[in-house]
Design a protein around this ligand. Structure first.
Ligand code: PA5
Length: 440
């Protein structure tokens, strides 16, 4: 069973995507988009495509994880942006919300996993004070090696480790960084710290299936072979040249046409699953940083605005806006058809007709029914949506999803006419920070 895309609420008579425009795109534009991406892949520009093939890197990750994983009580990832969001998604989706609260036995002696993706001292200070450094491994993740936030975290942690553990501090660090360049790579060489590579042609937000996501995952016992197998199977589905048989092409085209033809430039990803909540944040970064930019010298800026929401919670927060606000949104529902657990809803005390429809059903049924009802209600109000159904929540399915979204992003880049691999707009603020902190 694989991930399934449902487009039945996309082609609505009013405010929906026009089927004729969709067919036109499939016929007239998609073949050249597909060809362009195929060419870029052959030229080696889209390294994320090849990550599911694993190879030696996966062996080194598994080897390292086997040695280190059960030797430590805690793993702490230091990273930001694309160097953190993949690991956060993997943790939430595959370990569930209470992993760090579980006993060692319940975790089968795999470590707790923390991911520090910000530099707020009010978070970092108390966190580090509570941590037993003797039983902690820090995975410092930075492709460039020089990102201010991650570098600052690292310097603090390194100095604490050295003060507490002396020379043995090195054993408590592993870097994930560019295979050749950058200051982290130099420090790894100079100080003899273990370091795993991020391939040169894999950018941060496309790196979840590299050591960036795989090492933290393997350290806590996530089945990375299944993750990669899922990604491979999705890659194969997306080799299809016909738009209709290619899930990434369908996703990219639907979102692109919503923006370009309907003015629906707010793309909401709304999982009906707590486990997928962080995956929506991962997608938000991928979509925003890849597509929000100028389409060329003197050309207008483009870019949809991705929003992360959560069902059913946000039915009581955002849905009013989605249902009756401006026609400027396309909602992507994520559903999980079979939850790992389910709870039956028992009978109400007394004779309360108002609650009579609930007993006999389960929470899982209620959640899925709410997702279905919301899609129907939106369609009824001429609000288009599409759905991605996960048959269940597992490593294979998550691997499929990551690959689906990454391929959809490079297709969307081609449709919008932008380079999805760069982020020139974030450079100036980085330079200004350096200048401000360097003093006069
Ligand atoms: O997607 C990206 O390229 C960015 O979000 C980076 O991941 C982020 O800026 C962190 O960069 P680095 O991994 O070099 O520390």
């Amino acid at each position: 069973m694989s991930l399934e895309l449902r487009l039945d609420n996309l082609f609505l008579p009013e405010h929906g995507i026009d089927r004729a425009h969709f067919d036109e795109l499939a016929r007239d534009r998609f073949p050249s988009v597909h060809e362009e991406i195929r060419r870029q892949r052959i030229e080696g520009r889209l390294g994320f495509y090849e990550l599911p093939d694993g190879g030696d890197l996966v062996d080194s990750i598994l080897q390292f994880a086997e040695g280190a994983g059960q030797a430590f009580e805690n793993v702490v990832v230091l990273g930001i942006g694309g160097s953190a969001l993949g690991a956060i998604s993997l943790r939430s989706a595959l370990l569930g919300p209470w992993w760090n609260e579980m006993s060692s036995e319940e975790r089968e002696f795999y470590p707790k996993l923390y991911i520090l993706d910000n530099i707020d001292p009010d978070t970092i200070g108390p966190f580090l004070r509570r941590l037993d450094l003797n039983s902690t491994l820090f995975n410092v993740v930075s492709k460039s090696g020089g990102t201010a936030e991650t570098a600052a975290q690292f310097l603090i942690v390194r100095s604490m480790l050295e003060a507490e553990l002396g020379d043995g501090y090195r054993r408590h660090l592993v870097f994930t960084t560019d295979s050749e360049h950058g200051v982290l790579r130099s420090i790894a060489r100079e100080e003899g710290i273990a370091a795993l590579p991020v391939p040169e042609n894999v950018g941060g937000r496309f790196s979840v299936l590299s050591a960036v996501g795989l090492l933290p995952a393997a350290l806590v016992g996530i089945d990375i072979a299944q993750l990669l197998a899922g990604a491979r199977s999705m890659r194969e589905r997306c080799d299809a040249q016909m738009l209709d048989g290619n899930p990434a092409a369908l996703l990219a085209s639907a979102l692109y046409l919503a923006d370009a033809n309907l003015g629906a430039r707010i793309h909401v990803m709304m999982p009906y699953s707590d486990r997928l909540r962080d995956v929506a944040f991962w997608f938000r970064q991928l979509w925003a940083e890849s597509l929000g930019k100028g389409s060329g010298e003197g050309e207008p800026a483009v870019g949809p605005t991705p929003v992360a929401a959560l069902g059913a919670t946000d039915q009581h927060s955002q849905l009013q806006l989605y249902a009756q606000g401006p026609f400027d949104k396309l909602i992507v529902f994520l559903t999980v058809q079979q939850s790992e657990e389910d709870l039956e809803i028992p009978a109400a005390p007394g004779d309360h007709d108002a609650l009579a429809y609930l007993p006999g059903h389960t929470l899982g049924e209620l959640l899925r029914t709410e997702a279905e009802a919301t899609q129907e209600a939106l369609a009824h109000g001429h609000r288009p949506s599409l759905a991605i159904d996960f048959p269940k929540m597992g490593a294979h399915e998550l691997g499929e999803f990551f690959m689906l979204c990454q391929i959809a992003t490079v297709y969307a880049g081609a449709l919008y006419g932008v380079n999805p691999l760069d982020q020139p707009g974030v450079e100036l603020s980085k330079r200004l920070v350096r200048e401000k902190l360097s003093g006069p």
